[in-house]
Design a protein around this ligand. Structure first.
Ligand SMILES: [Zn+2]
Length: 239
């Protein structure tokens, strides 16, 4: 045994304790699951029978992966009521096949009535995008938020408090992602067919649990401007 090892392992690390803690944290999840399922059945014996029949959520939640902003808890909804997509800093990129697939399914199959882009104050992804540090692969994802910063640099550069600057960029990022979602052909084509689909922008305040509606809700392609608004495919074909 060399001098960096002891009875527990290399560098004095107590591997037995680590393994025990690892197993305990994993088993806790399984125990929680069985407790949760039993509680639901105690409250409503038909809960899972009904859940297994299918889903018809009215809401698509596109939020941050941050563990503190779970869609169902924040909105006080039950399983089956919110369709969810989450990624770091709730970014909506029109070449992201994952996001587009979720959006297409939610809008065209589930016929959701509300798409909510939900950011949160103190977002680590947004804070990282504001810095000049390299974080690895994620830098390519955060580039989308750096682009939002560039669009609003005049306003953001005047904010001296770093926390306030991050939180303002959180709001601007949500607003930009609402715009990005509205620009997709999926949303625009749905708007041509029906009038019960809105896209909203929220920010969750983790310190109070409350959401701030940014007042950027949209249900009309006329607001997109520039070259983003598509012609109605059928109308255009008739010309
Ligand atoms: Zn976040």
């Amino acid at each position: 045994m060399n001098n960096t090892e002891n009875k527990n392992g290399k560098n004095g690390i107590d591997t037995n304790s680590i393994k025990l803690a690892q197993t305990a944290s994993y088993n806790k999840l399984k125990q929680n699951n069985s407790d949760w399922a039993a509680k639901r059945v105690a409250e409503d014996p038909e809960f899972f029978t009904n859940l297994a029949k299918g889903q018809s959520p009215e809401v698509l939640w596109i939020g941050c992966s941050d563990s503190r902003v779970p869609a169902n808890e924040v909105t006080g909804t039950k399983p089956g009521e919110v369709f969810v997509h989450r990624n770091i800093a709730n970014v909506c990129v029109h070449s992201d096949m994952n996001m587009l697939s979720v959006l297409d399914y939610a809008v065209n199959v589930l016929k959701v009535k509300h798409v909510i882009i939900a950011g949160h104050y103190g977002c680590g992804g947004v804070a990282a995008a504001l810095s000049n540090k390299q974080f690895g692969i994620i830098d390519n994802w955060l580039r989308h938020i750096k682009d939002v910063y560039r669009l609003h640099a005049n306003e953001l550069d005047r904010i001296t408090d770093e926390k306030a600057k991050v939180n303002r960029l959180v709001e601007l990022n949500v607003t930009e992602q609402v715009y990005n979602i509205c620009k997709t052909s999926i949303i625009q084509n749905a708007w041509m067919e029906r009038h019960d689909l809105e896209v909203h922008g929220w920010v969750v305040d983790i310190s109070t649990g409350l959401i701030k509606d940014l007042g950027v809700s949209n249900s009309n392609p006329r607001s997109l401007g520039y070259v983003y608004e598509f012609d109605n495919v059928e109308t255009a074909a008739a010309h």
